[in-house]
Write a protein that binds this ligand. Structure first.
Ligand SMILES: [Zn+2]
Length: 171
């Protein structure tokens, strides 16, 4: 992209550079969900149409966007901006765990849905958050994992299939 802009579109490169530096100057973290925002509280958190009793925890603003595009969820979010990774020196403080606990204990939130990645770090993070929130009387759930929509058993990896069997549900 850098080569293309430098060779073919220097005006575009200047616009992109200006846009990025503007974003760097303006973008901050939402006081409520910790995602990127231009205002103290982002539009999503300020919306009266969202179900404030549901709080979905994701690792990144990109994950939040994916959830929104899936149009399957009407609650609010908390963005960790990472996942626990002791080997990389990323601890509870780096994923804003204290803020998440305060946010989830506002008296309105009834269920916290853990939608961290199904990686070693994401699983450890979900477990850790669950342990921190459960004693506060909150219902803590984890998004399900299993076969992809339209997926066929013979083309799915063994780990995913094994988890789908373990987490089977009654129909
Ligand atoms: Zn927000």
């Amino acid at each position: 992209m850098a080569y293309y802009l430098l060779q073919r579109d220097q005006a575009g490169a200047a616009r992109l550079a200006a846009g990025l530096s503007q974003a760097l100057a303006r973008i901050r973290h939402c006081d409520r969900c910790n995602s990127f925002a231009e205002e103290p509280v982002c539009a999503l958190c300020a919306s009266p149409r969202r179900d404030a009793s549901l709080l979905c925890v994701v690792e990144s603003p990109g994950d939040l966007l994916m959830m929104e595009q899936a149009q399957c969820y009407q609650g609010l979010y908390f963005v960790l901006m990472g996942a626990l990774s002791p080997l990389d020196g990323i601890g509870p403080r780096d994923i804003h765990l204290d803020r998440l606990v305060r946010r989830a204990s506002d008296g309105t939130v009834r269920e916290v849905i853990l939608a961290t990645n199904f990686t070693v770090e994401g699983e450890a993070t979900a477990h850790y958050i669950g342990e921190a929130l459960r004693p506060r009387g909150l219902k803590v759930t984890r998004i399900a994992r299993g076969l992809p929509v339209g997926g066929e058993l013979e083309h799915v990896d063994g780990g995913t299939l094994a988890q789908a069997v373990v987490e089977r549900r009654e129909v």
